[in-house]
Write a protein that binds this ligand. Structure first.
Ligand code: GDP
Length: 143
């Protein structure tokens, strides 16, 4: 089962990419595709379409597009697809870093919800929609 994570600009500029990737690798999760790019406004708006109209929407889009992010497709060998996305969400922690458990990525490295350091697809359906926004099939490797 494949899912998408985005190591957001706040983590990239703080040099946390390796630390974050290693947390997934330690679970036995494989990196099937990875790239660095500065998100375009069009793609940021697609990714966060559900948040349009919220008072934080404009700054969310601005934060996501102002500096580069690291995009990765994770390949997760679990018995049930839903377990793959829920495991990744457990590893990243609550949306609000102030509420995220210690030991999670957001709990250990995050400070403010408006400066979140990582995105992860929240369901198999979301993963299926989000991966093709950033990766061609030929950029994803099975191994
Ligand atoms: P996620 O999947 O855990 O990142 O959570 P959501 O999909 O609900 O939110 C997406 C992103 O929007 C979050 O990571 C935050 O950067 C931002 N966001 C969500 N809720 C809030 C909020 O109440 N205030 C602010 N400032 N940002 C928010």
């Amino acid at each position: 089962m494949r899912t998408l994570i985005i190591i957001r600009p706040y983590a990239v500029i703080r040099g946390l990419v390796g630390e974050i990737i290693s947390r997934f690798e330690r679970h036995g999760i494989r990196i099937a595709g990875i790239k660095v790019l500065r998100l375009s406004k069009v793609l940021a708006e697609k990714l966060y379409r559900e948040h349009e109209g919220k008072n934080y929407y404009d700054s969310l889009i601005e934060n996501m597009t102002s500096k580069p992010s690291v995009f990765a497709v994770l390949d997760i060998d679990v018995l049930d697809d839903a377990h793959a996305t829920s495991l990744v969400r457990k590893i990243i922690g609550d949306t609000d870093p102030a509420l995220a458990d210690m030991g999670t990525i957001r709990g250990d490295f995050g400070l403010r919800i408006d400066q979140n350091i990582i995105h992860a697809s929240d369901s198999p359906d979301a993963a299926q929609k989000e991966i093709p926004l950033f990766f061609d099939e030929k950029e994803i490797v099975e191994y």
